[in-house]
Design a protein around this ligand. Structure first.
Ligand SMILES: NC(=O)c1ccc[n+]([C@@H]2O[C@H](COP(=O)([O-])OP(=O)(O)OC[C@H]3O[C@@H](n4cnc5c(N)ncnc54)[C@H](O)[C@@H]3O)[C@@H](O)[C@H]2O)c1
Length: 431
């Protein structure tokens, strides 16, 4: 099938590349010429494990194309809209990019199926339908929210837990379901539902996952206060199959381009429909508290006196295996400590350049995780990169001015860290 994918970000580029991998002829379109030029040279503008190999091989086979021009859309049977839907100041999703992309598509193709891959608030498909029909066209609309995770996006896309399709036009729904069949051979389901339900499913899923993170973070804070141990508590909780073990890792707070904005957008939907919610709005407030809680742990250790002290962050990406720094908890730590007078240095395997674009002064980047620690008065582990998990503690100690670790991913064994002579802070670990 001829497919166009609009937007070559984390979702669009992975979707387009994976569709070409299963044999479709895919054109990826983006308004950013720099991204498109890189892609034409076989360079992925994002860090996503496995992506570059698929990208290069399908590009070489001539079934994956990159362009800034919408001309190619005229041949597409399905056009996937995968542009960003960031938060507006009131928390609602900004749909300007989506409607801009839609208008560009409609200039050349008034028949293809419009597939909404972007995360969009409940009711957006109706707005799109009205918009299209006002122009006198009849393109069918399918909602197909994406559930991939950055850091494992390629394998998530190729082996989805489920595919969700929202549609009223049966033929269009069947066409898109057919497209996904090679990816669900193991029996994973394709769920057909109304457009509204598909839109809600995405927000409900992300908000639920964010709630799990916020929940365990609050329990970890209680463990810090009471002396219970979050690792023991987690084991005790997660052996209950109703609870499960996933997404129960205390940390510095969730970040990324999805959870923060999607929780806010769901609350904005509730406000729009005048539904009084308590739980969902508190997910985000708890997350902000968590980000502040960890910064305060550091500030309190130094009794507020961080002036001129070199503090090193290991990891600035919002999670491991990605270069995405949108809403990363590292930014909050940086801002709070920098304000308290600290000189922040950091090392990250691949998110450094993106992070420097968010920060202004008193920050430096190192290219080596140990060199980064030279003369540091504290090491703060922010991202759970694998290379941080079993470090050489004596090397760390030799480099640092004072042996002090804030392990905000609970990566290290307390006993081992203490044995090596460090002062050690974690989140909710008391053994
Ligand atoms: N990132 C994730 O992990 C993830 C997962 C599931 C769903 N989503 C959702 O998918 C959507 C895209 O997210 P993302 O992280 O890939 O965004 P992104 O910011 O990485 O990429 C969006 C891309 O769209 C391009 N773009 C904007 N307007 C355009 C236009 N008119 N024509 C062509 N290109 C245009 C931008 O230049 C950019 O490259 C969002 O709604 C997001 O909520 C994201």
């Amino acid at each position: 099938m001829d497919i166009s994918v609009i937007g070559t970000g984390y979702v669009g580029l992975v979707s387009g590349t994976c569709f070409s991998e299963i044999g479709h002829n895919v054109t990826c379109i983006d308004i950013d010429p720099e991204k498109i030029n890189k892609l034409k040279d076989g360079i992925s503008p994002i860090h996503e494990p496995g992506l570059t190999d698929y990208l290069k091989s399908n590009f070489a086979k001539g079934r994956l194309h990159f362009t800034t021009s919408y001309d190619s859309v005229k041949n597409a049977s399905a056009v996937f809209l995968a542009v960003g839907t960031p938060s507006l100041p009131n928390g609602d999703a900004n749909l300007d990019y989506l409607f801009q992309a839609l208008d560009n598509v409609l200039e050349t193709n008034t028949e293809s199926i419009i597939v909404i891959k972007s995360t969009v608030p409940v009711g957006t498909s109706s707005q799109i339908k009205d918009h299209i029909s006002k122009k006198g066209f009849k393109n069918p609309i399918v909602n197909n929210p994406e559930f991939l995770r950055e850091g494992s996006a390629v394998s998530d896309f190729l082996k989805p837990d489920r595919i969700v399709l929202g549609f009223t036009n049966e033929k269009a729904g069947e066409t898109i379901a057919e497209l996904y069949k090679p990816l669900v051979r193991q029996g994973n389901p394709i769920y057909s539902m109304s457009n509204l339900s598909a839109e809600m499913t995405k927000y409900a899923s992300n908000s639920f996952l964010a709630a799990k993170v916020s929940f365990i973070n609050e329990v970890a804070r209680l463990c810090d206060a009471t002396g219970a141990d979050i690792q023991e508590v987690k084991k005790g909780m997660s052996s209950d199959q109703r609870i499960g073990s996933q997404f129960l890792y205390p940390g510095p707070g969730y970040g990324g381009s999805c959870f923060p904005k999607d929780v806010k957008a769901l609350k904005a939907t509730a406000d729009k429909y005048k539904v009084n919610l308590k739980l969902i709005p508190s997910i985000d407030m708890t997350n902000d508290d968590q980000k502040n809680y960890i910064a305060e742990k550091v500030i309190n250790h130094f009794e507020g006196n961080l002036k001129g002290k070199k503090i090193t962050l290991w990891g600035v990406a919002f999670k491991a295996n990605t270069d995405d720094v949108r809403e990363t908890p590292a930014l909050n730590i940086y801002e709070k400590l920098e304000k308290a007078g600290a000189n922040i240095n950091f090392y990250d395997p691949c998110a450094g350049e993106n992070f420097l674009k968010l920060t202004s002064n008193n920050i430096s980047q190192s290219q080596d995780m140990y060199e980064a620690l030279e003369d540091s008065e504290a090491l703060i582990v922010v991202t759970e990169w694998r290379e941080f998990q079993t470090p050489d503690f004596s090397r760390i100690k030799d480099k640092m001015k004072t042996p002090l670790i804030f392990d905000f991913r609970n990566l290290f064994e307390t006993e081992q860290v203490l044995k090596n002579g460090f002062t050690y802070y974690s989140i909710g670990k008391n053994s």
